[in-house]
Design a protein around this ligand. Structure first.
Ligand SMILES: Nc1ncnc2c1ncn2[C@@H]1O[C@H](COP(=O)(O)OP(=O)(O)O)[C@@H](O)[C@H]1O
Ligand SMILES: O=P(O)(O)OC[C@H]1O[C@](O)(COP(=O)(O)O)[C@@H](O)[C@@H]1O
Length: 303
């Protein structure tokens, strides 16, 4: 079984404000609430690629109910741990450019945290756990380390998409995949610039530190994949960009959907790129039809 873990889910409240002006009263042309949080986007893409998974994490309050109801409606399997506090709302402003304001997240009590960890005792060596996104600040520092230790104890495998110290500390535990974007990898390694040679050196550092595979995603400039022996580049795909929220999550979902059924890492990277691009060219997370349409345009070259 594949599990997605979203410690800090969100309602993504997307407001389209054509001429957004800071410090003024703005009126949105359109406002839509989506179930969000990185692992929730990942499981939606796994499903779009025909792979069954179970969504784990914390949900609470009226926002948690909205997410739970929406995911049920989409036919997704979920096993969220209920919390007394209220799941966050993240605001995404779409004007000339996209502005994101992500909230810190709810209080998770120690009893709720202990309850959540119980689920990990049921893991088997066949399982893959995908950890995605930030942890609410009320969780202990090192919450991800504790969860990774539980995964390893059961000889299961994991993917992690987070930033900073949490990402750095996860590397020696040999994640199947990590996927920082350009800004995240620059911050992680204190890179002076994000030229190709700097990014290639950073990708190698991720592998040397323990990652089995590492993607550095470059937004509209494509993506790099690093394996133990090879480096690949996915050329950018040109199209009408509608939404970049969830692009990175879609890349993880596409990669794992393919990798879970075949060991061909380039095929997995290609499905990751197709899924990410398909989401970027859609209003919401990509549909199976959109992913199929984009798949023909993916070009991966070894560099
Ligand atoms: N403007 C764009 N045009 C085409 N593809 C895009 C665009 N933005 C993102 N993508 C696709 O989505 C992937 C992930 O996007 P990126 O912005 O790097 O990740 P994140 O959402 O994690 O910040 C990119 O590597 C690319 O394949
Ligand atoms: O957990 P974080 O880092 O605050 O990120 C949460 C946000 O990330 C998203 O999952 C989008 O992530 P990506 O654009 O990086 O794929 C949103 O749905 C959510 O609002």
């Amino acid at each position: 079984m594949i599990y997605t873990v979203t410690l800090n889910p969100s309602i993504d409240y997307v407001m389209e404000v054509a001429n957004y002006q800071s410090g003024m009263t703005n009126r949105a042309g359109k406002a839509i609430a989506y179930p969000g949080g990185k692992g929730i986007n990942v499981i939606r893409i796994l499903m779009a690629n025909g792979i069954e998974a179970t969504a784990l994490g914390f949900l609470g309050g009226y926002t948690g109910e909205f997410i739970s109801r929406t995911l049920d409606g989409l036919g997704l399997k979920t096993k969220f741990t209920p919390i007394a506090d209220t799941t966050r709302i993240n605001v995404k402003l779409k004007g000339q450019s996209e502005t994101e304001i992500n909230a810190p997240g709810p209080v998770v009590t120690m009893a709720e945290w202990e309850g959540f960890k119980q689920v990990f005792h049921q893991l088997t060596p066949a399982d893959i756990v995908i950890f995605s996104g930030s942890a609410p600040s009320s969780l202990p520092v090192g919450a991800y380390d504790e969860l990774i230790a539980l995964v390893l104890e059961k000889q299961a495998r994991f993917v992690i998409d987070t930033t900073g110290d949490d990402l750095q500390r996860a590397l020696p535990a040999k994640p199947i995949l990590v996927k920082p974007n350009r800004d995240e990898v620059q911050a992680l390694f204190n890179l002076a610039d994000t030229s190709m040679p700097s990014l290639q050196a950073a990708g190698r550092q991720l592998i040397d530190a323990g990652a089995q595979n590492a993607i550095i995603s470059l937004g509209g400039d494509g993506a790099l994949l690093f394996t133990a022996e090879h480096t690949y580049f996915a050329r950018p795909i040109v199209g009408q960009v509608k939404n970049s929220v969830g692009a990175g999550d879609s890349m993880i979902g596409g990669f794992v959907a393919s990798w879970a059924t075949s060991a061909d890492v380039v095929a997995a990277f290609s499905l990751g790129v197709a899924s990410a691009t398909a989401t970027t060219f859609s209003d919401d997370i990509a549909t199976p039809a959109k992913i199929k349409e984009i798949q023909n345009n993916v070009e991966v070259v070894e560099i």
